[in-house]
Design a protein around this ligand. Structure first.
Ligand SMILES: O=C(O)C(=O)C[C@]1(C(=O)O)C=C[C@@H](O)C=C1
Length: 117
């Protein structure tokens, strides 16, 4: 039988299994829904999100280290600290793929590697 489940957001949710509804329990507090089917799906999706975040953090750190190594290598050989044409290329790549947020992301990536301007 379909049963109304009152969510903390105030809106009613429908669920086939009233025993599976837990609008005020711990699962609802963790996932934002008292519907156990939705909560299970959210938990599964979050596992992948956490995996992606770990990968992003590791890649961020690897990129920063590599960028710093390029800078040290270049300066030790009498070169410049920065290569602005290369930075423009990177900014354009991120902008064309991700739009304005891509530009902001690329600026943060570049700063992590070569420090603030
Ligand atoms: O590719 C380079 O030459 C780098 O020094 C790396 C990097 C980057 O982080 O991508 C950092 C500083 C430069 O101005 C350009 C690019």
């Amino acid at each position: 039988m379909m049963t109304d489940v009152v969510e903390s957001s105030g809106g009613p949710a429908r669920h086939d299994d009233p025993a599976g509804a837990d609008p005020t329990g711990a699962a609802a507090a963790r996932t934002g829904t008292g519907d156990t089917v939705a909560a299970e799906r959210i938990v599964a999706i979050r596992e992948r999100i956490d995996e992606i975040d770990r990968t992003l953090i590791a890649l961020w750190q690897e990129r920063a280290a590599l960028s710093q190594e390029v800078g040290v290598t270049r300066m030790a050989s009498g070169g410049t600290r920065l290569v602005l044409s290369r930075e423009r290329e990177i900014l354009e790549r991120f902008r064309s793929e991700l739009g304005a947020d891509g530009t902001q992301l690329a600026l943060l990536l570049l700063r992590a590697g070569r420090g603030p301007l």
